[in-house]
Design a protein around this ligand. Structure first.
Ligand code: BG6
Length: 511
C-alpha cells in the first residue's frame, strides 16, 4: 500500500509529485460492467489527481465490434466529469485505444503485441504493461497462457509486466490451486496482482494503521482481554442482474474466502516486521493458516446458511430469491452465511470469531466488533438502572466509515446510575467525503508495483481451506427449509442461536 490514500490523492501529488511511471493498461473485457462502473472512473480520477504518467495509454480488448470512436464514447460516458475536469477528459480520451479480438485466438495476441510495440513508440510507454483481466473467470488461465505464448509476459531490459485478476479465484480449494498453477506456469508470483476490492476501502486499510500505529490498543488485542469478535457484512441488495451467475456460486463462495477472510486476517494478524508487501502478507497468511479446520460435526454446529424469501425492505415489498431473474425456482443456493471460527495461536486461543454475511438484510452495514471481557467483578451491580455492559470497539467499514468505542459512564444526577456511552470517530467528519470508487489506490499500486493490498496464492488457498469442509457438508446435506429468512430481517433464527448457545448475542445494529 502506498503512503498515498484515496482521500488525499490530489493533495499528496501537490507536494510529493508521485505520478506512476509510463505504462500501457491493457483491459481484457473492456466492454463489460466492471470497466464502466469502476475501472474507467478510477483511472480517470487518477488522471485528475495527476497520478498517471503523461506516457500512459489504455488498450481495451474485447470481442465486441467497436470502432475507436465508439469505444472512446462508451468509456467516457460513464466518467464523473465536472466542468473542472474537462481538460483531463480530453487528456484521458486521447489515450484510449481499442483492439477487437477473441481471447481464444492466438492472432488476437499477435495483433496486441504489434499494437503495444507501436504505442510504446508513439506514447513512450517504455514497454511496461499492466494486463487487467476484467473477464469471466473461465478466461483467466487462457489469457495468461496466450500472453506467455505471445512473449508478452516477459520482463527484460527494465520493462515490467503485471497481470491483475479479479475474484473469483477458483470455486473451491482444488480449482484455486489449479488456477494458481496455471498462471504461475507463465508468471512469477510477483507479477500477479489478485484484487479483492475490500482492500480498496479506506477503513479496511485503516485496520492496520489503527492497530499498529497506536500504542494503546495492541496490548489488549488478545485472548486476555477480548471475549470474542463479530464481523457483520450485511447487504440490502439482492442478486440484482447477477442471478444466473450467483445461483451457481452462493454467498459462501462469493464472500467468505475473499472479503471476510481479508477482514478477519487484518483484525487477527500479528504485527508485520515492516510495511513491505511480503512482510504484511506473510502475517495475513500465517493467521489464515491458524484457523482451526472444521470437522463435519463442527460444520453442523458452527455454520448457518439461509436464503431470503419475500419481505419488506426500504418501505416496499421485495420478492424472494427464488423469484429473481436467472434463479431456479427450486434453488438451494444460500444468500446468507454465519460461521464461528477459532484461531489456534497464542493470541487468540479460546476467542471465537463469529461472522455473518447476507443479502437482502435489514440494513447495509459492514463492521468488525471487538467485544471485550467483562470486569472481574461488578462494583456497581446494585446501582439503579445499571445495565450489564462490556466495552466494545467497533470498526465501521460501510456505509459509515469510522471507529467507535463504548464504555460505561455515570449518568448525571444525584443517584449513581451507570450507562453505556460511545466515543466515536467518523471519517467524513475529519477528512470530508471522498468521491473515489475504491479502485484508485489499487490500480495505482499495481502501476507502482506495490503488492501489499493484493492476495498472494497462499492466502487465496488458505481462505478456501477454511471454506472447503463447509462446502462438502452442505453439498451432502441439502438445505430443507429454504427460504428461511424474510427480506428485510437480520437473517435466519439459527444465526442468533449460534451465539445464544455460547451465551452471546449479535450486536444490535441500528440505522
Ligand atoms: C462482491 C460480491 O465481491 O462484493 C457481491 O460478488 C457483493 O455479491 C459485493 O454484493 C459486496 O461489495 P460491497 O463493496 O458492496 O460490500
Amino acid at each position: 500500500m502506498a503512503a498515498t490514500t484515496q482521500t488525499n490523492l490530489e493533495n499528496d501529488l501537490g507536494y510529493a509529485g508521485r505520478a506512476a511511471g509510463p505504462c500501457v493498461f491493457v483491459l481484457f473485457g473492456a466492454a463489460g460492467d466492471l470497466t464502466k462502473r469502476k475501472l474507467a472512473p478510477a483511472l480517470f480520477n487518477l488522471g485528475k489527481a495527476k497520478l498517471l504518467s503523461d506516457n500512459f495509454a489504455v488498450i481495451g480488448v474485447s470481442v465486441d465490434d467497436l470502432s475507436l470512436e465508439e469505444f472512446r464514447s462508451q468509456v467516457t460516458s460513464f466518467l464523473p466529469v465536472g466542468t473542472e475536469s474537462a481538460d483531463t477528459l480530453e487528456w484521458f480520451r486521447k489515450r484510449l485505444f481499442y483492439e477487437r479480438g477473441d481471447f481464444a485466438d492466438p492472432d488476437t495476441f499477435t495483433k496486441l503485441r504489434e499494437r503495444l510495440a507501436s504505442l510504446d513508440g508513439e506514447q513512450h510507454t517504455e514497454g511496461n504493461y499492466l494486463f487487467y483481466l476484467a473477464t469471466a473467470p473461465k478466461f483467466f488461465s487462457q489469457i495468461v497462457q496466450q500472453l506467455g505464448a505471445a512473449a508478452l509476459s516477459r520482463q527484460e531490459n527494465g520493462r515490467w509486466c503485471r497481470v491483475v485478476i479479479e475474484k473469483p479465484f477458483g470455486h473451491d480449494l482444488e480449482s484455486a490451486q489449479a488456477l494458481n498453477r496455471d498462471i504461475k506456469n507463465v508468471l512469477l508470483e510477483n507479477q500477479i496482482y489478485r484484487i479483492d476490492h475490500y482492500l480498496g476501502k479506506e477503513t479496511v486499510q485503516n485496520i492496520m494503521v489503527f492497530r499498529f500505529d497506536n500504542a494503546i490498543f495492541e496490548p489488549i488485542w488478545n485472548r486476555r482481554y477480548v471475549d470474542h469478535v463479530q464481523i457483520t457484512n450485511a447487504e440490502t441488495v439482492g442478486v440484482e442482474r447477477r442471478g444466473g451467475y450467483f445461483d451457481t456460486v452462493g454467498t459462501l463462495r462469493d464472500m467468505v474466502p475473499n472479503h471476510v477472510m481479508q477482514l478477519l486476517s487484518l483484525t487477527a494478524m500479528e504485527s508485520p516486521v515492516s510495511f513491505q508487501a511480503d512482510a504484511v502478507r506473510d502475517e495475513q497468511a500465517k493467521v489464515l493458516h491458524a484457523i482451526q479446520p472444521l470437522s463435519s460435526d463442527d460444520v453442523l454446529q458452527r455454520s448457518v446458511r439461509g436464503q431470503y424469501g419475500p419481505g419488506l425492505l426500504g418501505g416496499g415489498k421485495v420478492s424472494g430469491y427464488r423469484a429473481e431473474p436467472g434463479v431456479s425456482p427450486e434453488s438451494r443456493s444460500e444468500t446468507f452465511v454465519a460461521l464461528k471460527l477459532n484461531i489456534d495461536n497464542w493470541r487468540w486461543a479460546g476467542v471465537p470469531f463469529y461472522f455473518r454475511t447476507g443479502k437482502r438484510l435489514a440494513l447495509r452495514y459492514t463492521e468488525i466488533a471487538i467485544k471485550f471481557k467483562r470486569m472481574p467483578f461488578e462494583l456497581f451491580r446494585n446501582a439503579p438502572f445499571h445495565k450489564l455492559h462490556t466495552n466494545t470497539l467497533v470498526i465501521q467499514i460501510q456505509p459509515v466509515e469510522g471507529i467507535s468505542l463504548s464504555f460505561g459512564a455515570k449518568v448525571p444526577g444525584p443517584l449513581l446510575r451507570v450507562g453505556s456511552v460511545d466515543m466515536s470517530f467518523e471519517y467524513s467528519k475529519y477528512f470530508g467525503a471522498d468521491a473515489y470508487t475504491g479502485y484508485e489506490v489499487l490500480l495505482y499500486d499495481c502501476m507502482i508495483g506495490d503488492a501489499t493490498l493484493f492476495q498472494r496464492a497462499d492466502m487465496v488457498e488458505a481462505g478456501w481451506r477454511v471454506v472447503d469442509p463447509v462446502l462438502d457438508v452442505w453439498r451432502a446435506l441439502p438445505p430443507r427449509k429454504f427460504p428461511n429468512y424474510a427480506s428485510g430481517s437480520w437473517g435466519p433464527a439459527e444465526a442468533d442461536q449460534l451465539l445464544e448457545l455460547d451465551g452471546r448475542q449479535w450486536r444490535r445494529i441500528e440505522p
